[in-house]
Design a protein around this ligand. Structure first.
Ligand SMILES: NC(=O)c1ccc[n+]([C@@H]2O[C@H](COP(=O)([O-])OP(=O)(O)OC[C@H]3O[C@@H](n4cnc5c(N)ncnc54)[C@H](OP(=O)(O)O)[C@@H]3O)[C@@H](O)[C@H]2O)c1
Length: 373
């Protein structure tokens, strides 16, 4: 595409964004036909994770469901969360993320109930990997435990297959080849469709992939957590594995909503214990919010939208899964996929952001030890 044509395309796509965002995911096929008639190809709202027969087509952004019942301070009325999840397909979402550990168990039940009417049209991802599903008790990816978790997840999720099953954290006591082999068997049995890893390092990804093709790596990645750029994103690109950034707006930090007065509920929020979410770090990191706000203000975007659009601009195989309990935030986040950066503004934004040294680690203690394994 010539430069001027590309610019027109980008402008048209952006102008059309709000209309397209209201197109239900299930109507994509029709929309593509319509787009052919108008000469505008706008498939940007769908992305592919993984390779060939091990790939899945998903919405450009998924919905992280964890915070609806776990780790984000308040637990909203679950009936309202069911309504929210059921509206998501109308906003273009077909990719939903949960885990045995969220609750534990309660989040899968919520997601299963909410998605039962759409089960065949959506992509459902869950995870195994903790003793009794409780991160505080440590890791457990023994093959018999994986099978036990899958049977339980299938019941909780009200389904007979899991589209994408991730190992939540790499278990140093179980060879990754045994984990991959167990998931491979579950795939042969039809209980699982695809295999994923979370917070695995390059070596583990390669070993697992040699036994059972990995469809996606889910790890923390955002404008505040850039470590995956050092190696694992490159490995994903090489092996054609999708990359799913979790906490893509840094657990709410990269929105401007969290400030030095924010209080976390100690009984249901890990942020109270994480260095980056403490007062001094929030204040020290505020210049990042200022940059994103200034960029967004000129373009009709919120801070969260700039952060999510930036992630989408990094690689075509990146699919962030922001979590929210608010329909308004879900819509806002999905609209981020309408924004297409031109090279010049992306460079300017990157230059400005690169001058900021993020203060405060994302994890400490055992949580930190369990990453990049
Ligand atoms: N693999 C793993 O180890 C792992 C770890 C953590 C999370 N995850 C997955 O990733 C998903 C997302 O991660 P996360 O919840 O930790 O972090 P996140 O998506 O970066 O941030 C979620 C927080 O941001 C707020 N928020 C969302 N959109 C907003 C908007 N437009 N404006 C203002 N605030 C907004 C939400 O509050 P409101 O509810 O008020 O919108 C929520 O508190 C989880 O649901 C889970 O599925 C995976």
């Amino acid at each position: 595409m010539k430069n001027s044509n590309r610019r027109n395309f980008i402008r048209n796509s952006t102008l059309l964004g709000s209309t397209l965002a209201l197109t239900p995911f299930v109507n994509f096929a029709k929309k593509t036909t319509d787009d052919k008639m108008t000469g505008i190809v706008s498939n940007s709202k769908k992305r592919v994770l993984g390779k060939g027969s091990n790939s899945i087509e998903v919405s450009a952004l998924g919905l992280g469901c964890m915070g609806m019942s776990y780790h984000r301070s308040f637990i909203p009325d679950q009936k309202e969360m069911i309504k929210l999840i059921r509206k998501a397909p109308d906003l273009g979402v077909n990719f939903f993320d949960t885990a045995e550990a969220y609750g534990p168990l309660t989040n899968e039940v919520l997601v299963g109930e909410a998605l039962a009417p759409f089960r065949k049209q959506i992509i459902l991802a869950t995870k195994f990997g903790f003793k009794e599903g409780k991160p505080a008790l440590g890791l457990d990816s023994r093959p018999e435990r994986i099978r036990q978790v899958v049977e339980h997840s299938l019941k909780s999720l009200k389904t007979d297959y899991i589209d994408l099953l991730y190992q939540h954290r790499v278990d140093p006591n179980v060879p990754i080849e045994d984990v991959a082999g167990t998931v491979k068997d579950l795939i042969k049995e039809g209980k699982v469709k695809h295999f994923g890893l979370s917070e695995a390092n390059s070596e583990t990804i390669r070993k697992a992939h040699a036994v059972q093709t990995v469809t996606a790596l889910q790890s923390e990645y955002s404008l505040m957590t850039r470590q995956p750029e050092n190696d694992v994103i490159k490995v994903c690109e090489e092996l054609e594995i999708g990359f799913v950034p979790y906490s893509p707006i840094s657990r709410g930090l990269i929105t401007g909503y969290i400030n030095e007065r924010t209080r976390y509920n100690a009984s249901n929020d890990n942020r109270g214990t994480l260095p980056r979410y403490q007062r001094d770090a929030i204040v020290a990191n505020w210049p990042l919010i200022d940059i994103l706000k200034e960029f967004g203000d000129q373009r009709g975007l919120t801070v969260a939208q700039v952060a999510l659009a930036w992630l989408l601009a990094q690689k075509p195989f990146i699919v962030p899964i922001p979590g929210t309990t608010k329909l308004a935030h879900l819509q806002e986040n999905m609209w981020a996929a309408d924004y297409v950066f031109n090279n010049e503004e992306l460079k300017q934004l990157n230059d400005a952001v690169s001058k900021i040294k993020i203060v405060g680690e994302r994890y400490t203690g055992r949580s930190a030890e369990q990453t990049n394994k």
